[in-house]
Design a protein around this ligand. Structure first.
Ligand code: COA
Length: 135
C-alpha cells in the first residue's frame, strides 16, 4: 500500500543526488533496470558516509532494498540519504528515492527504500576507526 506522504518530496530535506534515467538504463521491458537504481542508491548513500568518515568508505552490506514502484525512463529521481547508525568503523545509511513522473503534472511517487552499511577504510583498504564528530 502507498502512504500519502510517499506522494510528496520530503519537506525541507535536500536530496544527495538527482538524476534522470535514460533509455540505455532500461531493461528488456523498457522500464529502468533494478541494477542501475541500486548503483545510484549506493552512490547516494556513500555521500553522507564519506563526509562522516572524512575519507574513503567501502560498502560492506546492503541490509535491505525495496523496489516499491517501477521507475520509468525520463522520471526525475531524487535520492535522500540519512545516517541512521554509527559504529566504530561503520556507518549505516537509509536511502529513499522519489520519482517525479511526467514532470509537467508533477506526479510524485516514492519508488525505492534501502539501507546500506559502509565501512571507513584506510589506504590499505582496511577498516579505520571513525573520527570524532566535528563541532
Ligand atoms: C569493507 C571491509 C574493508 C571491511 O573489512 P572486514 O574485516 O570485513 O570488517 P569487520 O569485520 O572488521 O567489520 C567492519 C564493520 O562492518 C560491520 N559489518 C560487518 N559485516 C556486516 C554486515 N553483514 N552488515 C552490516 N555491518 C557489517 C562490523 O560490525 C564493523 O562495524 P563497527 O566497526 O562499526 O562495529 C572488507 O569487508 C571489504 O573490503 N569488503 C569489500 C568492499 C567492497 O568492495 N565493496 C564494494 C562492493 S563490490
Amino acid at each position: 500500500m502507498t502512504d500519502q506522504k510517499d506522494n510528496k518530496l520530503p519537506h525541507g530535506a535536500v536530496p544527495q543526488l538527482r538524476v534522470m534515467p535514460m533509455p540505455a538504463d532500461a531493461n528488456i521491458h523498457g522500464d529502468v533496470f533494478g541494477g542501475w537504481i541500486m548503483a545510484q542508491v549506493d552512490i547516494a548513500g556513500s555521500l553522507p558516509a564519506t563526509r562522516r568518515a572524512n575519507g574513503r568508505v567501502a560498502t560492506i552490506a546492503v541490509n535491505s532494498f525495496l523496489f516499491k514502484q517501477p521507475v520509468f525512463v525520463g522520471d526525475l529521481l531524487s535520492f535522500y540519504a540519512d545516517i541512521v547508525k554509527v559504529g566504530n568503523t561503520s556507518i549505516t545509511v537509509n536511502v529513499e528515492v522519489y520519482a517525479e513522473r511526467n514532470r509537467l503534472q508533477t506526479e510524485i511517487v516514492k519508488v525505492t527504500e534501502a539501507t546500506l552499511t559502509y565501512v571507513a577504510t584506510d589506504s590499505d583498504r582496511k577498516p579505520r576507526q571513525l573520527p570524532p564528530l566535528a563541532n
